[in-house]
Ligand binder design. Structure first.
Ligand code: URA
Length: 206
């Protein structure tokens, strides 16, 4: 099945996610939430997993965290329709608990294939679980706002908008981190796929 996923088109992927039974989360879901956005989006945002409203509507970031994400996007002149938004797990964990390792592993091939097909130039990880894909062993409170090049993509670690909403001292932090994105996007658009990764010194300029 994993090898089948790696061959799917975006449409096939969405259909497979909507009927997926690869982990126990499928039994509690109303709708799976594959993700949405332009298939050729330059920027991809990866959150954690659907919450109550996302599970009801089958769409990512449509509750209060989504409203705040839209405000953050607007602060840098972007609309949600211009970016691709998805999550590390596509079905709601019961009571919004953290996703379990087997659930993350079951969903990983879907996210791998989404990234491969959309081929964004910038990936913004929202929260700990998507950060762990690219910054293993790091702490979000230490590396938020930092960027690193992974292959031809620049990955930026951000706090989760829901965490910033619930802990107001982090609001200013996520808002300042978002303000760094336009320069990072401009830098990513100049990267040639064959260009060697910039040195750590260059990245620390972000
Ligand atoms: N939080 C997430 O991580 N993802 C969503 O889709 C909604 C809230």
């Amino acid at each position: 099945m994993t090898s089948e996923i790696s061959q799917m088109s975006l449409e096939q992927l969405v259909a497979a996610i909507r009927t997926c039974t690869r982990c126990g989360l499928h039994s509690g879901r109303t709708r799976a939430v594959p993700g949405e956005g332009p298939p050729d989006a330059t920027i991809m945002f990866i959150g954690e997993g659907p919450g109550f409203h996302e599970d009801r509507q089958g769409r990512p970031f449509v509750g209060s965290a989504g409203k705040y994400l839209e405000e953050l996007l607007a602060s840098i002149g972007l609309k949600r329709e211009q970016v691709y938004i998805t999550n590390v797990v596509k079905c709601r964990p019961p009571g919004n608990r953290d996703p379990l390792p087997d659930e993350l592993a079951a969903c990983k091939p879907y996210l791998d294939r989404q990234i491969e097909l959309i081929a964004p130039k910038v990936i913004v990880t929202l929260g700990r679980y998507s950060m762990a894909r690219y910054f293993p062993g790091q702490s979000i409170s230490r590396i938020h706002g930092q960027a690193r090049q992974v292959g031809g993509v620049i990955v930026v670690a951000m706090l989760h908008p829901a965490a910033a909403l619930h802990q107001p001292q982090w609001k200013a932090t996520i808002e300042a981190d978002f303000k760094k994105l336009p320069a990072i996007i401009a830098q990513a658009e100049r990267l040639q796929p064959t260009e060697p990764p910039p040195s750590p010194q260059q990245l620390s300029l972000f």
